[in-house]
Design a binder for this molecule. Structure first.
Ligand code: NAP
Ligand code: ZN
Length: 351
C-alpha cells in the first residue's frame, strides 16, 4: 500500500480538506503515476455536494488526470517510468459484455463500471475509488491513456472528460463539413464542443446565457453566437440545425432547442442536472421527426483517438490553473458560469 495525500469532501456542505488514504501497490498490469494536473468538472461539484444520489464520504473527486509515471507492472506495455499517462472517468469495467468488447465500456451491459471516484474499489474491498485530487494514482493499463509531450499537460487534462464527452457525440451523430451544429453553454464541456465542431468543419453556433462570452466563443471557433434569452435571435434559427449539443448543468426548457432542429435533427443532452428538465413537447418532435438523445463520455479506444486527433490538430482546453486550496472558490465560480473555460488544479500545490 502506498500512502497518498488527497483533498476530500467530508460531507455535502463543508469545504474540501486534506485527506490521507492508501492506494494499492501496482500489480502486473498497473501503471502508477504522480498526478501533475487534474481538471475540475461540474460532475465533481454535483458529486461532492451530494446533488446526484450515492455520494459516499469522504469523497476524493477528479477525473481529468494527467501525470508522470513512477512505476509499471511487468505486463505493462506502452507506458514507461518517466513518461506521461492520463486517466479519465473510468478505471475498470467488466470487459466481457458486448458493450465493453465494442470499446464502449461506459455503456457496459452489466453496469459493472468502476468510476475513477466514488465507486466500490475492486482491489480494496470496503473502500471507494478516490480520484485525481490527489498526489498519485494506480490504474490498470487498459484504462490509461497516452498523451503527447508536445502539448501542455495542464491544458490536456480536461480532454479526459470535457474533451471526450463532446468529441464522441459529435462523431456519433455525423458532424462534418456542411452540417450546422449548435452548442449550448460555454463552460468546460461547451468550449470543447465548439472547438471540435469547428475542427470537424461544421457551421458552429454557440448558445449562451452570458453576453460577455461572445467574443471568446468566436475565438474558440464559433461562426455565430446566439443569446438564448433573446427570443428573436433564437427564432431566426428555427428548423435549421442538424445537431445541437446541450451541456447545461441545470434544468431548462428543451423545446427552445428542439424547435431549432431541422427534419430528423437531434438534440443531444450531455449536461446532467440533478433535477429533471421540464417535459419537452411531443408536438415539436413529431412534427419534424426530431430526436432528443443523450451521450455519456466515450470509450477508451475513442478517448485515445480523440487525444491523438488533438495532438495532430494542436487542440487543447483553455484553462485557468489553480492551487488545490482554491477548489471551493472554483466551484462557486463554476455555479456562476464564471469559468474560462476549465479550472485545472496544479497538484504541486497539494504538497
Ligand atoms: P460548466 O463548466 O459549469 O458549464 C456549464 C455551462 O452551462 C455554463 O458555463 C453556462 O454557460 C451554462 N449555464 C449555466 N447556468 C445556466 C442556466 N441557468 N441556463 C442556461 N445555461 C446555463 O459545466 P461542465 O463541466 O461543462 O458540465 C456541464 C454538465 O455536463 C454538468 O451537468 C456535468 O455533470 C455534465 N457532464 C456530463 C458528462 C457526460 O458524460 N454526459 C460528462 C461530463 C460532465 P453560458 O454562460 O455560456 O450560458
Ligand atoms: Zn467530468
Amino acid at each position: 500500500m502506498s500512502n497518498t495525500l488527497g483533498f476530500a469532501a467530508f460531507d455535502a456542505t463543508s469545504p474540501l480538506a486534506p485527506f490521507r488514504f492508501d492506494r494499492r501497490e501496482p500489480g502486473p498490469n498497473d501503471v502508477q503515476f504522480d498526478v501533475l494536473f487534474c481538471g475540475v468538472c461540474h460532475s465533481d461539484l454535483h458529486t461532492v455536494r451530494g446533488e446526484w444520489a450515492g455520494t459516499v464520504y469522504p469523497c476524493v473527486a477528479g477525473h481529468e488526470i494527467v501525470g508522470r509515471v513512477t512505476k509499471v507492472g511487468r505486463e505493462v506495455t506502452g507506458f514507461a517510468v518517466g513518461g506521461l499517462a492520463a486517466v479519465g472517468c473510468m478505471v475498470d469495467s467488466c470487459g466481457g459484455c458486448p458493450g465493453c468488447r465494442a470499446g464502449l465500456e461506459q455503456y457496459c451491459d452489466r453496469g459493472d463500471i468502476t468510476w475513477t471516484y466514488n465507486s466500490p474499489d475492486k482491489h480494496l474491498p470496503g473502500q471507494r475509488t478516490f480520484g485525481g485530487y490527489s498526489s498519485q494514482i494506480v490504474v490498470d493499463q487498459r484504462f490509461c491513456l497516452r498523451v503527447s509531450e508536445r502539448l501542455s499537460p495542464a491544458a490536456v487534462a480536461p480532454l479526459l472528460c470535457a474533451g471526450i464527452t463532446t468529441y464522441s457525440p459529435l462523431r456519433h451523430w455525423g458532424v462534418t463539413a456542411g452540417k450546422k451544429v449548435g452548442v449550448v453553454g460555454l463552460g468546460g464541456l461547451g468550449h470543447m464542443g465548439v472547438k471540435f465542431a469547428h475542427a470537424f468543419g461544421a457551421h458552429t453556433v454557440l448558445f449562451t446565457t452570458s453576453p460577455g462570452k461572445a467574443e471568446d466563443a468566436r475565438r474558440l471557433g464559433a461562426d455565430e453566437v446566439v443569446l438564448s434569452k433573446d427570443a428573436n435571435a433564437m427564432a431566426a434559427h428555427a428548423g435549421s440545425f442538424d445537431v445541437i449539443l446541450d451541456t447545461v448543468a441545470v434544468p431548462h426548457d428543451l423545446d427552445a432547442y428542439t424547435s431549432l432542429l431541422r427534419r430528423d435533427g437531434t438534440l443531444v443532452l450531455v449536461g446532467a442536472p440533478a433535477l429533471p428538465h421540464p417535459s419537452p413537447s411531443a408536438g415539436s418532435l413529431i412534427g419534424k421527426r426530431r430526436s432528443i438523445a443523450g451521450s455519456l463520455i466515450g470509450g477508451i479506444r475513442e478517448t485515445q483517438e480523440m487525444l491523438d486527433f488533438c495532438e495532430e490538430k494542436g487542440i487543447v482546453s483553455d484553462v485557468e490553473v489553480i492551487p488545490m486550496q482554491l477548489i471551493d472558490e472554483a466551484y462557486e465560480r463554476m455555479l456562476r458560469g464564471d469559468v474560462k473555460y476549465r479550472f485545472v488544479i496544479d497538484m504541486a500545490s497539494l504538497k
